[in-house]
Design a binder for this molecule. Structure first.
Ligand SMILES: Cc1cc2nc3c(=O)[nH]c(=O)nc-3n(C[C@H](O)[C@H](O)[C@H](O)COP(=O)(O)O)c2cc1C
Length: 197
């Protein structure tokens, strides 16, 4: 199998492309698209986003120490790209994308009402890494849209059609392959068959 060796670069894909809403200490509200986002701790729940200091949102997040991660869906794909190529310096992205602002429980910046999951975050640390500054944050509240819950309250994020970003392109999720632990779980049918033998 022939493989090319490339110079070091970012090739960890697919990744989520999320919409980060923020509000500066002066009250200005904005949205930027972030791909360099990830879960970094379970308990307490923590995540990080890496933002270039040139971004308009950088100063808003740095000054307020708060942001909301809004998961993006197939219906929000255009807006996800748009919020990642134009700046809040020039455009009101909430208005241009037709997003409604929803009040958060804990932080003061608005959440995107159309997003199926909103994760309220409070910055605990900023790490200057080079091109980007990584905001390490505690998750202080999570909101999940009841539209994607069944009668028992089980939430199906997949039915909201979340999108992923893969090496410069956006994709919807494909077919379900399995669920957590399926590699070691005994199949009920084959278990039954085995016990009948
Ligand atoms: C899919 C995608 C992912 C992006 N990921 C990041 C990121 O992780 N960090 C970052 O600083 N900018 C990222 N950007 C670029 C910013 O979203 C973009 O520069 C945006 O216009 C900044 O908006 P602002 O100036 O209003 O803050 C990404 C853009 C796209 C389209």
């Amino acid at each position: 199998m022939a493989k090319q060796s490339w110079k070091p670069g970012n090739m960890l894909y697919p990744i989520p492309a999320v919409l980060v809403s923020c509000k500066g200490a002066d009250g200005e509200e904005n949205i930027l698209t972030v791909g360099w986002a990830g879960t970094i701790n379970t308990n307490p729940p923590m995540l990080s986003i890496s933002v270039r200091p040139e971004r308009h949102s950088y100063e808003l997040i740095r000054s307020s120490k708060e942001f909301v991660v809004n998961l993006a869906t197939k219906d929000m794909a255009w807006a996800t790209d748009y919020c990642g190529v134009v700046s809040g310096r020039d455009v009101d992205k909430f208005a241009k994308c037709g997003f409604n602002k929803q009040k958060a429980d804990v932080v003061s910046c608005p959440m995107i009402a159309e997003s199926p999951v909103n994760i309220e975050c409070r910055v605990t640390e900023e790490k200057k890494l080079g091109s980007h500054s990584m905001f390490i944050a505690k998750v202080v509240a999570v909101h999940a849209d009841e539209t994607y819950m069944d009668a028992k309250g089980k939430f199906s994020l997949a039915s909201a059609n979340p999108i992923v970003y893969c090496h410069g392109e956006y994709f919807a999720l494909g077919a379900k392959i399995g669920r957590f632990g399926y590699s070691v779980r005994k199949n009920k049918k084959s278990k039954k068959r085995r016990s009948k033998r």
